[in-house]
Write a protein that binds this ligand. Structure first.
Ligand code: SF4
Ligand code: F3S
Length: 104
């Protein structure tokens, strides 16, 4: 599966949902997550994210993000159509430690 990671938080560009063939993105207030049981590993969303926030879970060190994606994909509503990025997206793009401060 692919997972959404820290840099999506407070950016939420949503370009990813446009290209996903199985509509497996779920929306929180400040970020999206991928449902790991629905993702077919096609990889097309990864290069589409302007914030470079999407990663294959085969990369090391992503256990925390895989768990977070799995947990919140079950709680948050499905998002299938691109919408405006968050107004502060450019400002927050590239900031570190967003999970601790801004996750929702
Ligand atoms: Fe959707 Fe493919 Fe990205 Fe998985 S890898 S979330 S199926 S676009
Ligand atoms: Fe987030 Fe990138 Fe999608 S910022 S909403 S993972 S396009």
């Amino acid at each position: 599966t692919y997972v959404v990671t820290d840099n999506c938080i407070k950016c939420k560009y949503t370009d990813c949902v446009e290209v996903c063939p199985v509509d497996c993105f779920y929306e929180g207030e400040n970020m999206l997550v991928i449902h790991p049981d629905e993702c077919i590993d096609c990889g097309v969303c990864e290069p589409e994210c302007p914030a470079d926030a999407i990663r294959p879970d085969t990369e090391p060190g992503l256990d925390q993000w895989l768990q977070l994606n799995a947990e919140y994909a079950d709680k948050w509503p499905n998002l299938t159509v691109k919408k405006d990025a968050l107004p502060e997206a450019e400002e927050f793009d590239g900031q570190t430690g967003k999970l601790e401060k801004y996750f929702s």
